[in-house]
Design a protein. Sequence first.
Length: 427
Amino acid sequence: MDLDVGNALAAVAEPGVPRDALERLDDRVAAAHERIERGVANGEFGYASLNLPETADTAAVETAADRIGDVDHVILVGIGGSALGAATLADALAGPDAAELHVLDNVDPAAVERTLDRIDLASAAVNVVSQSGTTAETLANFLVVRDAMADAGVDWTDRTVVTTGDAGNLRDLADAHDLPSVSVPDGVPGRFSVLSTVGLLPAALLGVDTDGLLAGASAAREKLGPSLFDSPAYAYGALAYALDVRGASMDVMMPYAEGLETFAEWFAQLWAESLGKDGLGQTPVRALGATDQHSQLQLYRAGPHDKLVTFVGVDDRPDVPIPSADLEGLDYLSGASLGGLLDAELDATEASLAAAGVPNLRVQLDAVDAESVGELLFSMEAACVLAGELYGVETFDQPAVEWGKEAARGLLRGDRTLDEGDSLEVE
Ligand SMILES: O=P(O)(O)OC[C@H]1O[C@](O)(CO)[C@@H](O)[C@@H]1O
């Protein structure tokens, strides 16, 4: 993975980071790196995530996947970090012959019914994932899926594998029914768990090269060091932070690869839930190139300079030639390919933003393969940890989400009214 930060510097962009400021920031990166390495070495909560290339329990993943065997469908029941990692790996890396992944990470009844109606449950496995084992959406969806399997005459205990912590409802369920299960490693928050059993088990069920994923993550781990100039991950975290404090309060994650669209969604949770604290934080925006050149680029280029755009390009990919045709004004397409067109659009959009002084960063992958995706995911996790040190926030918890959870539970129990806010009906 390479990172080009040139278009984030003050010589190009406004807001931009002056080179001397980047040098000064590098001193803070060195101190942050020391703190991070201490946390990793001691297996401290959250920092332990950066140990996963070495500590991921691949044996447990293999055992659980073997007990499930070959299936045509994998139903992943989870939410947030318990679902987005697996969805990212599936979209990026599952081959054409892989089982189909169906993610139930919402409780929209129409969507859940539509999904279940499309699946032959007799050839489906269910991976129910929850670190806490108490997440309402996950447990509710699991009960619905279990009921649907029973209605289809399928013994759900034969087809269910559990990913959870050492205690809680799901651990009790796995123990009570002797279900295959894998443990969520201690000290790894959900949004940092894609390279743990949480993401690796669904990936294994889909035939993804999990060893390659971890090898790529290890390569990224090796590049972490005391200077941002030698570490793409730290450079990304430092530049995103430095641009935010200079006014780029949003980070538009815009991969130019369809298989990385869900990665942008995974990144959004990582960045928002880790850094959005104490009135601080940079808002992640999900986008996809080249598609969103035709929907949001107008704002990115000619709107307020309040955002960083992160491009993710890919060197090698399968390509499709564009058939020649005698079309007025489209001579430039003759002899071209879809991949060549996509690359030209990325380069042109990057230059277009630079010409307008909009700060942008360019992440470049060798390919959308296991090693490169593992390196990308680990790098973004390390970038986030580094940014959290620079912001001075508690990167690894998410206290602000509890208020809404408690209120929803109270409403369902009938012992809670909501007096906050106001309402003005417009009909
Ligand atoms: O894995 P669990 O405990 O079900 O949590 C799911 C998600 O919900 C959150 O705790 C936020 O509510 C996320 O941090 C987490 O990824």
